[in-house]
Design a protein around this ligand. Structure first.
Ligand code: SAM
Length: 270
């Protein structure tokens, strides 16, 4: 069992429950379709997978999008109650408890695990990462950092924490998605801020080549350039000199040379 939370909120039951969602927990999460369109497109371009497993798939929006984009060897994994809201073909759904090792008996070209890890208690995080690396050589992974907040978040961690856990399996973190998502307002903000890729030694080089060829920018550099430097860098010299002169005039307290003289000789104006 994934956690020892009690069912409901008023102490109505002491039955332990899993950390998976109930159908009514999804609410706005159903609205991830525009995000799925963009992210599936991007990952398809990067990895060209023939098979994909979505771990903690929720309502199967991403699984359905992979199928729509021609990748039919798709599996979605989540807790049993989620079957009721799963929108991809039911045959592609697997009931799992991610606090236990997942044994699907095969590997996939790509695993995705989006906004799931923070829902498992810290003692299950190693099990989750071990399952993911068992499932695929490339893992697209997004997890809430400290302070993100959200229903059932019990293990919000900075990216370095997950990078360490994946590194223990020989998987490298490559931050080659977030820069491409900076301007994608059709993608939910939590994927834009949290989504990174982990890849084993055989696949990381290919992904870096792809990122290089696609000139993938760094999201922090973009923020810095746009927010602070680009305004100055892109201005012409004439405009910059004009700005300095205007500033100097304001310091003197006037906008005209005559005014400056008046300040020096106050009586000359009368
Ligand atoms: C925030 S939702 C994310 C759903 C989907 N990946 C997405 O991005 O829309 C977190 C998902 O993790 C699933 N989950 C949490 N704990 C789980 C567990 N122990 N076993 C299986 N699934 C679990 C929940 O049921 C839920 O669908």
């Amino acid at each position: 069992m994934a956690s020892e939370e009690s069912v409901g909120t008023g102490g109505r039951s002491t039955e332990p429950v899993g950390t998976w969602f109930d159908p009514e927990d999804y609410g706005g999460l159903d609205d991830t379709a525009p995000s799925a369109t963009v992210i599936v497109d991007l990952l398809r371009d990067m990895v060209a997978p023939a098979s994909v497993v979505d771990v903690g798939c929720g309502p199967g929006v991403f699984a359905a999008e992979w199928i729509r984009r021609g990748v039919h060897d798709v599996v979605g994994m989540d807790g049993a109650p989620v079957a009721g809201v799963y929108r991809a073909p039911a045959s592609t759904f697997r009931v799992v408890d991610l606090s236990e090792p997942v044994d699907e008996g095969r590997r996939f070209d790509l695993a995705t695990c989006l906004e799931v890890a923070e829902h498992l208690p810290p003692e299950s995080e190693g099990t989750l990462v071990a399952s993911l690396v068992d499932l695929a050589p490339v893992v697209a992974f997004s997890a809430a950092p400290p302070g993100q907040g959200g229903h059932g978040h019990v293990n919000e961690r900075w990216p370095a924490h997950w990078a360490n856990l994946f590194a223990a399996h020989g998987y490298h973190q490559v931050d080659v998605v977030r820069g491409l998502l900076v301007d994608r307002e059709d993608v939910a903000w939590y994927y834009r801020t949290n989504l990174v890729v982990f890849a084993d030694a055989d696949h990381v080089g290919r992904i870096l080549d792809w990122a290089d060829a696609a000139a993938v920018p760094d999201p922090h550099q973009l923020a810095f350039q746009r927010g602070i430097r680009s305004g100055l860098v892109e201005r012409g010299w004439r405009e910059l000199v004009g700005a300095v002169v205007r500033k100097a005039r304001r310091r003197v307290g006037t906008t005209r040379a005559g005014g400056a003289i008046r300040r020096l000789r106050p009586d000359s104006s009368r």
